[in-house]
Design a protein around this ligand. Structure first.
Ligand code: PMP
Length: 359
């Protein structure tokens, strides 16, 4: 096969970073703790499995393209009109739909960095330009984000809590920021980890978007609801945004099994939120143990912790792998470690304790 670049491929592909999901590794004792993708460590509830199995009877039919039952269930759950709700194949699917709807050539998309890895990837693919604003003390620097907005800015992402640092911006600051952002910018509040938030000062985007037509809220069934494999996320925004996002969805992107599982998960929400409570408890235990051992760990409102390891990052990740623990390293910066079941977290804590250096 010729190495020569084919002229029909867009040159933007050369500069798009690959998405590298964490892989599973097995430790010497056969144990495996996958703490690299911020997944729920809990398998599906029996009622959700049943809903998926029942839905499988209709695999020969296309799914409901409007996902009417799920849309209605979400509207009820969040007390919003159904026309404010749009669905996508995970919240990454919705991010791509949003970019498709908003990002013309020459458009700029502003977001904090480091943040969710899919942002540069999807913005790059859309042909828009990423404007990355450094975090300050591991948190969003809202003043610097506001200052980065230009006439060409069309979208601005606020990941709250932020992946990978776990930090969250507060209501007063965020509300003032949203009021200052000009109308030609759509602000996307990415709340993939919202259910894990416990600090009362951290705002609920569902409240913030109501008086603000240029604010959209992104949520997912992948984390707290435990449906990462099924790929279903939702957006809540004013009807003009929701409608645009419905138009840019690949037809039938949210399949029938995913719709059924999501409806069943909303029906079983209390049980799922108890699992979230258990994860939050573990999060506090893990962070307290790290702090007691001399590590510096930012306060986290998500289902992961962030270790700023700097140049030590890859050595630390390799030590984790040798023990059967996968974390998500960002070379030269740090490692994000998801909160798993207690025994997984203990395996990680043992590696951290044995590590020769504290950061
Ligand atoms: N937003 C953030 C901040 C995330 O961390 C993730 C998942 N890692 C997503 C969105 C995407 O989740 P999904 O596509 O599974 O809904």
């Amino acid at each position: 096969v010729s190495e020569r670049k084919t002229s029909y491929l867009r040159s933007v592909l050369d500069s798009v970073p690959p998405y590298r999901p964490g892989r599973k590794v097995v430790g010497p004792d056969g144990r495996s703790a996958k703490l690299s993708s911020n997944e729920s460590p809990f398998g599906p509830l029996p009622s959700v499995r049943r809903a998926v199995a029942d839905a499988a009877a209709d695999l020969n039919r296309y799914p409901d393209p409007a996902a009417a039952a799920l849309t209605a269930a979400l509207a009820r759950r969040f007390e919003v009109p159904a026309e404010h709700v749009a669905l996508g194949a995970g919240s990454v699917g919705l991010l791509q739909q949003l970019l498709e709807a908003v990002a013309e050539p020459g458009a700029e998309v502003v977001y904090a960095w480091r943040s969710f890895e899919a942002y540069p990837l999807l913005v790059g693919l859309s042909g828009a330009a990423s404007v990355q604003v450094p975090l300050r003390a591991e948190s969003h620097d809202l003043d610097a984000l506001a200052a980065a907005v230009t006439d060409r800015t069309r979208m601005l992402f606020v990941c709250n809590p932020n992946n990978p640092t776990g930090t969250a911006v507060r209501e007063a600051e965020l509300a003032a920021f949203l009021d200052a952002v000009p109308d030609h910018v759509l602000v996307v509040l990415d709340e993939a980890y919202r259910e894990y938030v416990r600090a009362p000062q951290v705002p609920d985007g569902m409240r913030l978007y109501r008086d603000r037509p240029n604010v959209a809220v992104l949520r997912t069934f992948s984390k707290a609801y435990g449906l990462a494999a099924l790929r279903v996320g939702f957006l809540v925004a004013h009807p003009h945004v929701a409608e645009a996002v419905r138009k840019t969805m690949v037809p039938f992107a949210v399949n029938h099994l995913a719709q059924a599982a999501a409806v069943a998960s909303l029906d079983a929400e209390q049980e799922l939120l108890e699992r979230v409570d258990a994860t939050v408890k573990e999060r506090e235990r893990v962070r307290d143990a790290l702090l007691a051992d001399g590590w510096t760990v930012p306060e986290t409102e998500a289902n992961f912790v962030w270790l700023r390891l700097g140049e030590d990052t890859l050595d630390f990740a390799a030590a984790c792998e040798r023990a059967g623990v996968t974390v998500r390293p960002f070379a030269g910066e740090g490692a994000r470690v998801s909160i798993g079941l207690p025994e997984d977290n203990d395996a990680f804590l043992a590696v951290a304790r044995a590590h020769p250096r504290r950061h």
